[in-house]
Every structure is written in C-alpha cells, then in structure tokens.
Design a protein around this ligand. Structure first.
Ligand SMILES: Cc1cc2nc3c(=O)[nH]c(=O)nc-3n(C[C@H](O)[C@H](O)[C@H](O)COP(=O)(O)OP(=O)(O)OC[C@H]3O[C@@H](n4cnc5c(N)ncnc54)[C@H](O)[C@@H]3O)c2cc1C
Length: 360
C-alpha cells in the first residue's frame, strides 16, 4: 500500500490523518510550523453549521452548493466522530440560535487527533498528497494580490499558512474558485497583541457602534452589520489604512455581547487603541462618549483550490488531478460571500479526502 502524505497538521490535516490511520492506511503528516494544531489551536473552537441548509445558502450565496450540502449533511456525524475519539466538549451547543454544533477545547482536540507529526518541514511531496496548509492569509503578497485591501492586513492566525498548498495545486494544473478576494477576519484593536489574545481582543460590537474611517467618513451603518460582523471587517479592509473608529454612546456601552458588556470590552482593549474624543482626526458625532481605533485583521482566506465532494483537486475542465486532494481552508469556495465555520469545512473535507484517498 502506498503511503499517503498529508501537508499541514492543523484541523483538516489532523482529521485526515486520523481517519487514514483508522482505515488502516500508512500516512505521514508533515507540518511546516513548530507545533501541531495550526490556527485551530488558537481558535474559539466552535464547530458549527447553520441550522437550515437554506440559511447556509442564503448566508454564503457565492459558495458551491454541492460542497455546502456535503458540509451541512455530514457535520453532525463528523462531530460525533470527534467526540468518540475523546475530543473534550466545552459547550454542547453553540449558544447561537442560528447555528448547531459544539465547542471543543482546542488543546484537547489536538491531543485526540494527534498521531506522529514531522515538524518544521514543507509537506508538499510527490505521490498521493492531501493539501491541508490552511490557505494564504500569512502571505502579505498573496493577500495584497487577491484580497486587495487598502493596506496590509494584520494576521489573526497561525504564521505559517502562506499559500503553499495553493502554489502546489496551481503548479499541477488546479483551478481556483471564485471569491478569491473574500476572507474571514475580525476587527482588532489598533495596538500590539499576540496569539493568546486573538479571541479575547476581537472587537465584536460594531452592531452597536457608529463606524468612521480615518478621514471622518461614516462608512457602515449599524443596521448593515451582519450577525458575524465579518462584512464590517471586509469593508474596513478597503478603507484608508484598513482602519476604522468605533464610536459609542452611553446606550451602546451598556449593551451585552454574550457575558460581557460593551463597556467591559472597550475597557479591555489596549490603551493605545482607545482614543480620547478630542484626539480623533474628525469631529465626534453627538452623544459619543468612547472611541476605539480598530484594524482589519485576516484569519483565513475563503477562495482557494477547486475541489469536488471527494475533496479531489479539480482542473479547469472539472476533471480531478490524480493523487491530489485539498481540505480545510486550502479548498476554497464554500463560505463565499458570507461566514461559515472554517472548522466544520476542515473536519468534513478532511474526512472526505482521507476516505477517497484510502479507497484508491
Ligand atoms: C482566533 C481564531 C478564532 C477562530 N474561531 C473559530 C471558531 O470558533 N469556529 C470555526 O469554525 N473556526 C474558527 N477559526 C478558524 C479555524 O481555526 C480555521 O478555519 C481552521 O483551523 C482551518 O483548518 P485548516 O486545517 O484549513 O488550517 P489550520 O488549522 O490553520 O492548519 C493549517 C496548517 O498547515 C500548516 N502549513 C502551512 N504550510 C505548510 C506546508 N507547506 N507544509 C506543511 N504544513 C504547512 C500550518 O502551519 C498549519 O499548522 C478561528 C481562527 C482563529 C485564529
């Protein structure tokens, strides 16, 4: 039996490798970074789907319908598979009426999936290969080329996902999906932060703020903000410096986001990002009592390599490239135009890739 290579030991790679081992296939996982887990290890680790397939379609209208259906239909069983492997559940439900899923402890999830991983190497190999390198968010050059932000985006993810899977697939004749300019990210405080603060410092209260750019133009109405707030981030990325100011009045400060008030979230933002009203580069709107400067930050790309429901990488004519699969963020075109769980996509396509590779 020929050995199957997995490039990347984040969510998709660890899932694919665990499934291949379960199916009795020899597998080698090669990871470019210094640790397994990828961005999954840094994440909130809520693996979810939209409650209804129609809602998924409506939320991400540019995505591939067959892939969306696959993720939606397989996710509940896939989550049960994770639980059966011993992945520790932190929340049994997402707490969001729109979605269904579970929150896992990320360290425990890595441990439940981890087998042997070769660290510090490029995983792109000859022979049967599953690309799970996590997209290209960490490449400023590729983000500038495809996403075209007004200024380089801060990275809110692992530092190693720099488009290696994409480059390898393109060299072998792969097609790209639409939505290459789409990304998932958060507006973060315009200040220094490190990878332990990526969740806690996300400024997730745009729906209560008035939003201005550096030039003082109000560019996004509160009623336009989507529930995930990712559309504000995309708009911020296209404003000068990829920055915005969130202006808050007393009523906004007393609103709640889960267990925290907006006032708590503002107080927790680093001091450099909290701007005195008199120091704003424009006149504050009437009633404003607090201002936070935020910067658009990218977690992962949404466009990528085109795959089918067996996670096989496709050429422009729709035929699969022999011995090449892509899963997770490397496989593009699922959440195009909106927001869906990157972990769900990585889990379901990681399983699909492993099962197809094992059946060869
Ligand atoms: C702060 C934060 C919060 C998040 N919260 C959620 C959430 O609650 N729910 C959700 O669904 N998603 C969430 N996400 C997104 C989620 O983490 C990603 O969608 C998911 O990890 C994608 O899985 P992946 O396997 O494609 O990429 P990753 O998990 O990032 O793994 C990619 C791996 O490939 C490696 N790699 C790169 N290039 C190479 C190469 N050439 N050779 C070998 N290895 C390589 C990288 O080092 C990395 O380990 C969050 C992310 C962050 C950062």
């Amino acid at each position: 039996m020929s050995e199957i290579s997995v490039a990347g030991a984040g969510m998709a790679g660890l899932v694919a490798a665990a499934r291949l081992r379960e199916l009795g296939r020899p597998v080698v996982v090669r990871e470019k970074g210094t640790r397994a887990g990828g961005s999954m290890l840094l994440s909130s680790c809520v693996v979810f789907r939209h409650r209804e397939l129609e809602a998924f379609r409506a939320e991400c209208p540019g995505g591939d319908e067959a892939l969306q259906r696959l993720v939606w239909e397989r996710l509940d069983d896939a989550i049960a598979w994770l639980v059966a492997r011993g992945a520790p559940v932190v929340w049994d439900e997402t707490g969001n009426p729109r979605t269904v899923g579970k929150r896992f402890d990320p360290r425990g999830l890595v441990d439940a999936l981890d087998g042997d991983v070769v660290l510090g190497v490029d995983g792109r190999m000859d022979g049967p290969l599953i690309l799970c390198t996590g997209g290209f968010a960490a490449s400023a050059e590729l983000v500038t080329r495809y996403v075209a932000p007004a200024a380089p985006l801060r990275l809110r993810a692992n530092p190693w996902s720099a488009g290696d899977g994409l480059a390898h697939a393109l060299e072998r004749g792969a097609a790209l999906t639409g939505g290459m300019d789409d990304f998932y990210g958060r507006n973060m405080p315009d200040a220094a932060w490190d990878e332990t603060e990526l969740v806690s410092l996300s400024q997730l209260y745009a729906r209560f703020a008035r939003i201005f750019d550096e030039g003082g133009a109000e560019f996004f109405g509160r009623d336009q903000v989507s529930w995930s707030e990712t559309n504000v981030v995309a708009a911020t990325a296209r404003r000068p410096g990829a920055k915005a100011y969130y202006l808050l009045d007393e009523a906004a400060l007393s609103e709640r986001v889960r267990d925290r008030t907006v006032a708590d979230m503002v107080a927790a933002a680093p001091a450099e990002s909290r701007v005195a009203l008199g120091d704003l580069p424009f006149a504050p709107p009437e009633g404003a009592v607090a201002a936070v400067r935020v910067v658009a930050s990218i977690t992962h790309t949404i466009g990528g390599v085109r795959v089918d429901e067996r996670a096989r990488v496709l050429r422009h004519d729709g035929t699969p490239i022999e011995g090449l699969w892509a899963a997770g963020v490397d496989a593009g075109g699922i959440a195009t135009g909106g927001y869906a769980s990157g972990l769900a996509q990585a889990l379901v396509l990681g399983l699909a890739a492993a099962e197809d590779a094992a059946s060869r």
